[in-house]
Ligand binder design. Structure first.
Ligand code: FAD
Length: 476
């Protein structure tokens, strides 16, 4: 009675609901991961993310070995290669946890149909990576929410599932089955380089379940209590840095939520409680964006608000290159883009600032920025990235019609001493913080240190953007 468990965004064996469902059916459970050419040959993959993911798969392989079984690796179209292997191994069932993304939905339904036609059992929708199923949170008129605040109120009032525990004493394939597997597509785990993705630098995050748990523990001991104050300061480690682990499900969202509840129990001041609630609200943003992606899959391709569907973006490619390389002449923008290029991660405050700058100052299509982020982020995730870009562009589900961030006043608020700027832009290290923060660096000085002049004037571009926006909204 072999059950195969197909891992996708749940690269762990602890607190994995689908995997435990498999174990309840039979003690012989093997893990499965499939490198899908449709995904890896797409143009929105970051080498750093691939390296992190392969590291997580290596850790998962070890965890399966310790538990007494194996993680099998396949490469090819999952709709074909998974049923082929399941039939060859005479598997009773193939289980997986469901995913909200439009491509994943289509792929999963097709795989489910092929398997069921062969008499192989499949688990019904199981939203392991969310605290609430997208079928459980609706407005009073039974519609999906399109605004975060009422979503949060409703979502927060629901009882959350508790973590389910570790899976031990499972049985893997016997020698004969191993041979069948090898003859039916099972391969050794490739490196990210084998797959064509080169990331030379050290990863800023250690891959795997154990490392993610340690990060959560450390965060909940101290930093979470100061989160409200510190989460907006890019020069310090004031956030949890769990986004990549949550994206790949290296840690479960139930485990993270439970840790926040424990932190609340242990907190002894109103201030720390406010901080912990602020963190919980960020976790709810993640859920909000996944729910809306599920209910409005068209978001993956286009703006939500009509005014932005045919917006007259100017798409100057030189400006775009300057933005990508961190050479716009605006220190906070350049520091943030260089942090992204060098580490694969960018602080949330800076993600909002650079996204606003690309769309409102450079008047470049947000989809260019969204794609660049996906090609470079270690935590790149369709729903959160799309949600973040649509919010920053003002094209998404945000009750405020237009937000424009001023890069100078944002720096004055959030990088008061210019520490973050100095860290990421070495040529500015010797300048007086005041010049960094106000951006008032003389042309002579810029020339001397080989730092560019601002490529556009913020005030001028802001006026131009508002005119374009007015025309676009008047037309609708
Ligand atoms: P923390 O502040 O510790 O937050 C805890 C967790 O909550 C995060 O790990 C994340 O899972 C979730 N979260 C926090 N803020 C948000 C948010 N605004 N939207 C959705 N989830 C959130 N996040 C991604 O995971 N992947 C992306 O591709 C991504 N792209 C973004 C693009 C833009 C333009 C913007 C403005 C935001 C984007 N975010 C994305 C959201 C956010 O910036 C990151 O989740 C956060 O910076 C990750 O750092 P952290 O884990 O330390 O966050």
């Amino acid at each position: 009675n072999l059950i195969m468990f197909w891992h996708r965004r749940d690269l762990r064996i602890t607190d994995n609901t689908g995997l435990l469902n498999a174990r309840e059916l039979s003690p012989q459970v093997v893990g499965l991961f499939c490198f899908d050419p449709h995904i890896i040959k797409g143009n929105d993959i970051a080498p750093v993310r691939m390296k992190y993911m392969v590291g997580c798969l290596q850790a998962l392989q070890k965890d399966y070995q310790k538990a007494g079984s194996q993680l099998l690796i396949l490469q090819g179209n999952p709709v074909k290669v998974i049923p082929k292997l399941a039939i060859a191994l005479n598997a009773k069932a193939v289980f997986w946890n469901w995913d909200v993304e439009p491509y994943a939905q289509k792929r999963d339904y097709m795989t489910m149909e092929v398997l069921r036609n062969q008499g192989i059992q499949v688990l019904e929708q199981n939203w392991d990576h969310l605290l609430s199923s997208p079928h459980d949170i609706f407005t009073g008129t039974k519609r999906p929410y399109t605004v975060y605040s009422p979503f949060w109120k409703n979502w927060n009032s629901k009882t959350k599932a508790e973590p389910v525990y570790r899976l031990d004493n499972i049985i893997g394939l016997d020698d004969a089955q191993k041979e069948i597997a090898a003859n039916n597509g099972v391969i050794a785990l490739p490196s990210s380089r084998d797959l064509g993705f080169v990331w030379e630098s050290q990863l800023i995050l250690e891959p795997g379940e154990t490392a993610a748990k340690e990060k959560l523990e450390k965060f909940c001991k101290k930093t979470i209590n100061e989160y409200q104050e510190q989460r907006n300061l890019p020069s310090i480690e004031g956030t949890s840095q769990l986004s990549a682990a949550l994206k790949f499900g290296v840690i479960s969202i139930r485990t993270v939520w439970q840790a926040t509840l424990k932190a609340l129990e242990n907190s002894c001041s109103d201030e720390t409680k406010v901080s912990i609630h602020a963190y919980q609200q960020e976790l709810a943003w993640r859920e909000f964006y996944q729910h809306v992606m599920y209910h409005f899959p068209e978001l993956a391709e286009s703006a939500y608000r009509k005014a932005f569907k045919n917006f007259p973006w100017e798409n100057n490619t030189e400006y775009f290159q300057a933005w990508c390389k961190g050479k716009t002449g605006y220190p906070i923008i350049d520091a943030a883009m260089r942090q992204l290029n060098q580490t694969g991660w960018m602080h949330n405050r800076c993600r909002m600032i650079v996204a606003s700058f690309l769309t409102k100052d450079l008047i470049i299509d947000s989809q260019w920025g969204e794609k660049y982020f996906m090609q470079n982020l270690i935590d790149g995730d369709l729903s959160s990235n799309n949600g973040g870009w649509q919010w920053s562009t003002s094209s998404g589900m945000d009750p405020k019609p237009l937000r424009i961030f001023n890069p100078i006043s944002q720096t004055q608020k959030f990088d008061r001493e210019g520490e973050y700027i100095r860290k990421w832009i070495p040529e500015l290290q010797s300048l007086d913080p005041e010049y960094l923060v106000t951006g008032k660096i003389s042309p002579l000085e810029r020339h001397a240190i080989n730092y560019p002049e601002p490529i556009v004037d913020h005030n001028h571009q802001q006026k131009r953007f508002k005119e374009l926006y007015k025309q676009a909204t008047d037309c609708k």
